[in-house]
Design a protein around this ligand. Structure first.
Ligand code: 4AZ
Length: 249
């Protein structure tokens, strides 16, 4: 998180860290992405966090993939480390456009119910341009690879889809798709998510509206953060639960 402030994880207990001992060249803590608890044994993260180039190994062979909950400072040993027992990567995820960038992790043991955040649905006013939102993570605080030990957060605004459509017409800098993505940031830059925050939460009005996904750099003017649209996750999961493996509309 760039341009943010320190927070205690007890203020956002649904913000959890992903760690794996397969991580090469990463942070000493083993943290490599953020994630969000949406049920006692259900955690969302970015699909790209489950990619071999991020994980170091194919997701099915991840050793010691853990969710770290209740730990503000990753270098402390408070809180819980819970094993991931199942990984479901959105089959509609397109690594080229980054559309549909989410995965569902099942935990071997439950988190407390109080650590769960509600997901928002389509039509939620929390998505209106101008809504203040907060992004949380342990990622890069500078855009040049200095990682936080402690959880940080930044306030950003939900921006009109046209802002990201203009910033990211693709293909060079990525292409923004309003159906599956949310645009958020500050027009003048300064406050943003960054590398290492991926998969973590964007929260507005007490509800989860996005997962950190991509962007051009961090905190740059006219290069907002792009988040996986949670209402699209909800729609996809309903569809998958009803008709596993079916072709999506
Ligand atoms: C990344 O590389 C990344 N400024 C995440 C978020 C943003 C940019 C890059 C948004 O994981």
């Amino acid at each position: 998180v760039v341009g943010g402030f320190p927070v205690d994880v007890s203020d956002s207990p649904w913000t959890v860290a992903l760690s794996s001992r397969d991580r090469f060249g990463g942070m000493r803590s083993g943290q490599f992405c953020g994630a969000v608890a949406v049920g006692p044994t259900t955690v969302l993260t970015a699909a790209h966090c489950m990619g071999e180039e991020v994980l170091g190994v194919p997701p099915g062979r991840a050793h010691d993939l853990k969710v770290v909950a209740g730990r503000t400072d990753l270098y402390s040993d408070v809180g819980q480390e819970i094993a991931v027992s199942e990984i479901w990567v959105n089959p509609a995820y397109d690594s080229y456009s980054n559309s549909g960038d989410f995965a569902v992790l099942k935990l071997a043991e439950p988190l407390p119910q109080a650590s769960v955040i509600a997901m928002t649905g389509a039509g939620d006013p929390a998505y209106s341009a101008g809504t203040e939102a907060t992004v949380y993570g342990w990622g890069d605080t500078s855009g040049v690879g200095s990682y936080a030990h402690g959880l940080r957060a930044a306030r950003v605004h939900v921006l009109r889809d046209s802002v990201c459509e203009n910033a990211y017409p693709g293909p060079a800098d990525g292409s923004y798709r309003a159906k599956t993505m949310v645009c958020a940031g500050e027009p003048q830059g300064g406050r943003d998510s960054c590398q290492g925050d991926s998969g973590g939460p964007l929260v507005a009005q007490g509800r989860l509206i996005g997962l950190v996904s991509w962007g051009s750099g961090c905190g740059r003017a006219d290069s907002p953060g792009v988040y996986t649209r949670v209402s699209d996750i909800v729609r996809t999961l309903r569809w998958e639960a009803a008709l596993p493996g079916a072709e999506r509309p």
